[in-house]
Design a binder for this molecule. Structure first.
Ligand code: SF4
Ligand code: SF4
Length: 164
């Protein structure tokens, strides 16, 4: 069991009234697109998922990096308007670890500013070989800090982000 799996199995935080992943992420099994509130989501302090506890397994399994305890408390998604998660990026025939950064389309610059902006710049310096995939609605882009990774990305016609 690695650190992330351990933190997922023993969470020290709760989602509370945060529901941002139900907006920014796609859920293919129920044809929910990214960037729009799920039709099963009632937003607000007393809101929740109308399908609970029979909501899709993909939703049950999802644990964002904040919930796993990997980000500072102040970077709760509902506050910073960004959901971060570890994921896999497919480039050609290769699969590599990446950081998925889902940004609320109502705050498209949220990943560049404040503590989240500082965190992602720090992450890029510390782990340059790990691409940061910015996902905002249908729009996707990659921050590749490593020059070899940048060349690799330029050499392929497409890349694919892991979805839930
Ligand atoms: S974004 Fe993270 S903290 Fe917010 S509801 Fe989803 S899993 Fe929970
Ligand atoms: S089905 Fe429920 S948990 Fe899944 S995205 Fe919709 S509201 Fe969220």
């Amino acid at each position: 069991m690695d650190d992330v799996e351990f933190l997922k199995a023993h969470p020290s935080r709760t989602c509370g009234d945060c529901q941002l992943c139900c907006k920014v992420m796609a859920v293919r099994s129920i044809s929910k697109p990214e960037g729009k509130w799920c039709t099963h989501c009632s937003v607000g302090p007393n809101g929740g998922c109308s399908l609970y506890p029979s909501h899709p397994q993909d939703c049950k399994d999802f644990v964002c990096s904040w919930l796993a305890g990997l980000l500072p408390v102040t970077l709760k998604p509902s506050a910073c308007k960004v959901v971060v998660s570890s994921a896999t990026l497919t480039i050609g025939d290769d699969k590599i670890d990446c950081l998925n950064v889902y940004v609320d389309a109502d705050r498209p610059d949220a990943y560049k500013t404040g503590l989240m902006g500082d965190y992602l710049r720090y992450f890029g310096r510390r782990l340059p070989a790990v691409p940061i995939v910015i996902i905002c609605g249908q729009h996707r882009s990659i921050i590749a800090n490593d020059p070899i990774l940048r060349l690799r990305l330029l050499s392929v016609t497409s890349w694919k982000v892991e979805e839930r």
